[in-house]
Design a protein around this ligand. Sequence first.
Ligand SMILES: [Zn+2]
Length: 314
Amino acid sequence: MKNIKFQDTTLRDGEQTPGIAYSLQDKIVMTDMLCKLNLNSIELGFPAASKEEAEIVKEIAARNTDLNNIFCVFARAIESDIDIAYESIKEANCQRIQIVAPASDLHIIHSTRKDKASLLKDVEIAMQFASSKFTAQDAPRADINFLKELIGVAIKNGAKTICLPDTAGFCFPQEYGELIKKIKEYIASDKILLSAHCHNDLGLAVANTISAIEAGVGQVECTINGIGERAGNTPMEEVAAIMNLKYKNSYSNNINLKYFKKTSAKLESVINMNILNIIFIEFNITNIYITMEIQKKFELFIVFKFYMFHNIYY
Ligand SMILES: [Zn+2]
């Protein structure tokens, strides 16, 4: 039975939720909870974002030198980012620096202002330095030939995991599944792990993540309570519930389900925001189909909370 790995990004992508900024104590408390869930990997942050962020990550890595959880940090394909990332994470027992680079024309123009040839060179050098994981930002909107070239360079220079994030929350499930299949076919190696990372701008993050699993990814990236940039990331508890209800004969995972309730509640207290508040943040930001979305999300919230916490975890 195929095992699906779970990577948590509550402490990195989740921190991009409007209104959230973790303190050191917040990240310590949440890291302890996330470790209990027995996740395959936990993203601690983006150390190059600020001196404080680098210090926080370093402190957490130093507190967890004997754990087998893989702790990850984010770095762009820039030498200074990689240096800071390495300094921050080096004391953790198992560590990974994830190199991220834009794949779509829009992201290349706005985030790097480089031409594609220079970007490929940057990725080549960065991967040699640092990483076993590469993230091709905004992959679904990229030119497919350039996306393949970019991924090819990353793999040739050491990438063992390739993440294809739906950065803009733009995909329909079928589209995302087709992208995963195309890239899987292009890579043509079972030694390379494909990873899904979805955003909830169209309310499809969970559906897209499930579609990606069916299409062949071996890892999914999610957050507790679905917090994350703009309308949020993929709620891990919902994916875990679906995997354990609908796919238990097809896929396995290592998650320790009984800690979800405590972890979800702890996060709500740490960020001082309950899940319904998140819906109102979406309300302010997306401003589309407001009434429908709130009703839908409210029902989902009730259904999942009730189902998960009372039918599965007890
Ligand atoms: Zn994201």
